[in-house]
Design a protein around this ligand. Sequence first.
Ligand code: RVP
Length: 486
Amino acid sequence: SEKLRVPEALTFDDVLLRPKESRVEPDEADVSTRVSRNVELNVPVLSAAMDTVTESDLAIAMAREGGIGVLHRNMTVEETAEEVERIKRAHELVIRREDVVTVTPGMTVREADATMEREGVSGAPVVDEDDVVLGIISGTDIRPYLEVGDEDAVREAMTDEVITAGEDVTAREALELMYDHKIERVPVVDAEDRLVGLVTMQGILQRREHEQAARDEDGRLLAGVAVGPFEEERAVAADEAGADVLFIDCAHAHNLNVLESAEAIKGTVDADVVVGNVGTREAAEAAVDFADGLKVGIGPGSICTTRVVSGAGMPQITAVSEVADVASAADVPVIADGGIRYSGDAIKAIAAGADAVMLGSYFAGTDEAPGRVITMNGKKYKQYRGMGSVGAMQSGGGDRYLKDADEDEDFVPEGVEAATPYKGSLASELYQLVGGMRSGMGYVGAETIPEVKSRAEFVRVSAAGQTEGHPHDVMITDEAPNYSPD
Ligand code: RVP
């Protein structure tokens, strides 16, 4: 019958990248990309908005390595704002006034020392009652050279020819001041010499360690936030707290109520708004005019049971390529969300048309993910659960998978609760992921992410070819850092 003349849809294991002529050395490939119309990343990777994956710790680690973390929304709106603020405060060049430890000129040296020791700092600006910077006092470690007694006033013991910087100071200017004057901290002051912040040598060196970091215009780490399609309040709070990208967090965004609300949210915030999830050309067309990015994935997730529970879904390679056809014509970035187990899957998703990839299970076992390490049969694991699982829905995320769920109504879950092997630091996991993607770029001869999208070609893989692609006919004796046989 006509009804059964159906199109084929493919996923990761159905395809491979066709090797092509190349001069691209993997370590020279440029993996920077756009995650949304106005936000750029240095590596094309996002961490999933799930309560066992992304809170501020993991988001900070992601942005330090050049990607972006998307905060989950199983928390109050106030907590969302606080989490965004934590990300934005990490790594700031200028420590903000409220976080700077100061002393007053009338304190004794003993009192000032006690304050500095308690706060764990080795020097502090001295300010008067109007917050005007009068001097700076350094900790006991360098004071023996000066003739200062414990009961002397700070006024007598401080350096009063204090070097300060203006509010628009750059890292380079601050470093020059520090070298020229052999100092380790520079108070930042406004036009009236009032303290507005502090730049420290330690802070600058820390930033240098993370040159790859993904930052906003003010040099702060990027922050992504998931908001429910009808959660305007959370969207506004996250936006005001400084979020760079909001992700409309919905299992089926091709729902007209969801789209209308997402468009309204887009109209009220400064942050970019990525709409998802979608999985078809038609859904992409419905959102592409107002969305700053489209996120693709209907059912591919490792903990997701949407396809078995609802009977609906789209294999991910086909879903990404359908959406990308529409999005690229409108110059809107596409994110492939879910189902990525190996680095090869990630670069296949980009070859199919994505600009970046989002992963959950891959990061859930890292140190920075929420939750503790558990040991079963001598192996270490961390908890990982779908946001549509009973456990996650009971703790607040109910409206993603089940609209209008009554509190005491039974849930119809679309996800499971699971454990995933413990993996160590996020940085080393991400390094393996991006390293494998770079190798793929070498094989297809693409120097940049846009070139992967335009240049890569797929071949179809049979079941025999699929078996051939994994280690076979051997017994693995040592685990590789980027391969485990499920
Ligand atoms: P994976 O990386 O395969 O673990 O997939 C993570 C993705 O799965 C998430 O980004 C989200 O789109 C989806 N997800 C999260 N919870 C559920 C569910 O309970 N069905 N699905």
